[in-house]
Design a protein around this ligand. Structure first.
Ligand code: ADP
Ligand code: MG
Length: 718
């Protein structure tokens, strides 16, 4: 890796250098090197917004995420750092950074500064210790970063103090809840017999204050819970999205609808973490405290509520497996429902013009029926538990009075104690009334959690444990060595024993019938999928060892289907590279032919597109995605039927303009159009996943094509 010396020395691939926080970038690079990780400057910059004067907390977290760096904020006082708080990134004097790498005795520390690493510094004596903005714990600690459940536990851990407050509040409200019963007991036993009106006033004021305090704490409690929940919510949501865009495509995974439904399960889990359910769950153990209080006041009377509590809890435990199974079922059904919905919405036009609506309507109705069936069963089970626990609570009240009356008659219990026991039992058993709702939510949250956890365990295309090779430059040599490949879940190989080499600067067309494996070969060149056997190499390095980010910035891949996102045309084109200047954008748009139809459009490049680029013709969409592939000064171009939707005039212009741009660069183009062949010198002909011909373009001109050559080979003459 080339050492970073100064902003000016760094090779900058973008025309407009990103100037912010160079100090930050340098520190992160140095820290990565010290930790034995290789990072590229461009990777860091990919996460930083342009033209921002200062790295904000969000930026730092974004950079951390992209680089696989674990980060969380610490208190600002560096003199009180503990061993487990280092390495610590210190942001000081607005946009300067150092990393404290090791703590030693007597307030000394090893510090990584932009100028280099220094040992045994006294932290208090450092100028920056007076101007600290923020301090973060950082580390490339992949084991703990990606340990199981960490996607959930870590964000929760960050909010542990808030959850701790919720717990303390729960203890206090439960204790305060005892005051009313004690109040009643004192009034019955002391005030009534003695006609002590003054004590009654004093007691009433006391109990009022207690109740007020109780209400306040309850309010604070839900506020804490909301705060903790929403913080964790953002963190977990970010992690899930990061996972979604990082999943290795070769891994077996759900359908689009399935994935979107798994993402939606997050809502269930989030509701659970922030809702009253959690409060009820925390309240549950306090039932025991109430039982103890009843025992203290009423002695053996406690047996009544104790037995009933056990019976209610047991009924919940018995119902639990049923509810759990039903929750799992409803999750699966939700998934299939969502899949049908997504599939239908994405094809509304086709749906309206074909008979497919019938089929989708039928599937939709089936999934609705299935889901409502399991919902009915689930409600039935939980209703049984709800009614049973309500019944048990009533019984408890009556039986306490019965047993209490007997105890009072024999003089074991005062009138006041009886009243207090009834009130305590009522309040103490209240959480049990929620046990059914609680169980239902709990099993749903558990099912969601497991679904999300499976999703989070899917392999990544950038696993944190892999050390990728960084490529600052790419010459553009592509090589397939005896590559076999089958798509996940497919029996048949899409590519069979494929071997060829494309030299830097060579221009090659891949030809062949549909389904012959051309697009698949292109996907493997980019490392989107890994070969089942054999290897795919770029510049003599295995594609899967090269940092995916480096592949994306050196290799332009224009896919067969143009995918545009909602936003302006400008945004869509500029998303092709890290920092795109207006000149570059315009140049790419001209080559791709975007300028031909947008040049005189009133909104021009600010034309807003809807999802998937709706609002444009197929050819226009294709032109925009071509332009996106042409920004960013790449050295390799892989184009999958780039002109399939163009008219001949546009295609001729495109070929002419493109031929200027690709001088000295590697071009691999998959095409069925003869005009595109002007760009290439060599053709490789595919059939059923194999190469059946490979040679100069002139092999297409042979009068008698080799037996078995695809019609394409004949059709593209001239
Ligand atoms: N995402 C996919 N999942 C499973 N099979 C696929 C996928 N994409 C393509 N295939 C299969 O791989 C074979 C080659 O497809 P492809 O490379 O797209 O052909 P083409 O030469 O037309 O570009 C086809 O038989 C197709 O059925
Ligand atoms: Mg194809």
């Amino acid at each position: 890796m080339t050492p970073y010396t100064d902003e000016a020395d760094v090779e900058i691939l973008e025309p407009k250098p990103v100037k912010l926080a160079s100090n930050f970038e340098k520190i992160i690079l140095d820290f990565a090197r010290q930790s034995g990780k290789s990072l590229s400057l461009d990777l860091i910059r990919s996460a930083l917004p342009q033209g921002k004067a200062q790295a904000e907390i969000e930026d730092i977290q974004d950079v951390a995420r992209v680089c696989g760096l674990r980060i969380y904020e610490l208190p600002k006082d560096v003199t009180r750092l503990e061993d487990e708080d280092v390495p610590a990134l210190v942001q000081h004097n607005i946009d300067k950074f150092v990393v404290i790498t090791r703590l030693a005795e007597g307030g000394q520390a090893d510090v990584l500064e932009p100028e280099g690493s220094k040992e045994g510094l006294k932290l208090q004596e450092q100028a920056y210790s007076r101007n600290i903005e923020r301090v973060y714990r950082i580390g490339f600690d992949s084991a703990s970063l990606f340990s199981r459940w960490s996607w959930l536990l870590r964000p929760l851990e960050e909010s542990k103090w808030a959850y701790g407050q919720v717990f303390i509040a729960a203890v206090m409200t439960n204790l305060l809840a005892m005051t009313t019963s004690i109040f009643s007991m004192v009034v019955y036993n002391r005030v009534l017999p003695n006609n002590a009106t003054e004590s009654l006033v004093a007691l009433t004021i006391g109990v009022f204050i207690a109740l007020l305090f109780d209400a306040l704490i309850k309010m604070l409690r839900s506020w804490f819970l909301d705060g903790a929940g929403s913080r964790a919510d953002v963190r977990i949501g970010e992690k899930l999205f990061e996972q979604l865009v990082s999943i290795d495509l070769s891994a077996k995974r759900d359908s689009v609808g399935g994935l979107s439904s798994v993402m939606r399960e997050f809502e269930t889990l989030r509701d659970f973490l922030t809702s009253a359910t959690l409060v009820a769950l925390i309240d549950l153990p306090f039932v025991v405290v109430f039982l103890i209080a009843i025992f203290v006041i009423g002695g053996p009377v406690v047996l009544v509520p104790a037995v009933l509590v056990i019976v209610v809890v047991a009924s919940g435990v018995i119902a639990q497996p049923f509810l759990s199974k039903l929750a799992q079922e409803s999750l699966e059904e939700g998934k299939s429902k969502q899949s049908i919905l997504v599939e239908t919405i994405s094809g509304l036009e086709v749906m309206k013009t074909s008979m497919a609506t019938r089929e989708m309507r039928k599937r939709w109705r089936e999934s609705l029926l299935a889901q409502s069936g399991s919902a009915v069963k689930s409600r039935l089970v939980s209703q049984i538990v709800v009614n049973f626990s309500a019944f048990a609570q009533q019984i408890a009240q009556v039986m306490i009075i019965v047993v209490g009356a007997y105890e009072a008659a024999v003089g074991n219990m005062t009138m006041g104690a009886l009243i207090a026991a009834v009130i305590l039992a009522g309040r103490g058993m209240a959480p049990l009334g929620q046990i059914a709702g609680l169980l239902t939510r709990l099993v749903h949250a558990k099912a969601s959690f497991l679904a999300l956890d499976r999703f989070m365990a899917l392999p990544l295309d950038r696993p944190p444990s892999t050390r990728f090779l960084n490529k600052e430059k790419m010459l553009g040599k592509l090589e397939f060595r005896q590559v076999n490949f089958a798509y996940p879940d497919q029996q048949q190989n899409a590519l069979q024993d494929l071997s060829f080499t494309i030299q830097p600067g060579e221009r090659v067309a891949l030809l062949g019938k549909i389904g012959s494996g051309k697009s698949t070969a292109a996907r493997l060149m980019l490392g989107l999928y890994g070969p089942s056997s054999g290897s795919v190499l770029i510049d003599d390095t295995d594609v899967r060892q090269i940092d995916p980010f480096d592949i994306r910035r050196h290799v332009s891949f224009i896919m067969q289907d143009s995918w545009l996102f909602s936003g302006s045309v400008r945004d869509n084109i500029a998303s092709g590279a890290l920092a795109v200047s207006d000149e570059e954008l315009l140049r790419a748009a001209e080559i791709a032919g975007v300028h031909d139809f947008l040049g005189d459009h009133p909104n021009g490049y600010d034309l807003m597109l809807r999802e998937r680029g709706e609002g444009l013709s197929g050819g226009q969409k294709q032109a925009i995605s071509l332009a996106r592939g042409l920004v960013g000064n790449r050295s390799v171009f892989i184009m999958d039927e780039p002109t399939s939707m163009m008219d001949m005039g546009s295609e001729t212009k495109f070929v002419e303009r493109l031929s200027q741009v690709i001088i000295g660069k590697t071009l691999v183009v998959i095409t069925h159009r003869s005009a595109m062949l002007k760009l290439v010198d060599r053709v490789i002909i595919f059939d059923k996943g194999r190469i059946i011909a490979d040679g100069p373009k002139s092999i297409l001109d042979r009068k008698n094509p080799a037996p078995g050559a695809p019609p394409t080979a004949m059709a593209v003459k001239g």
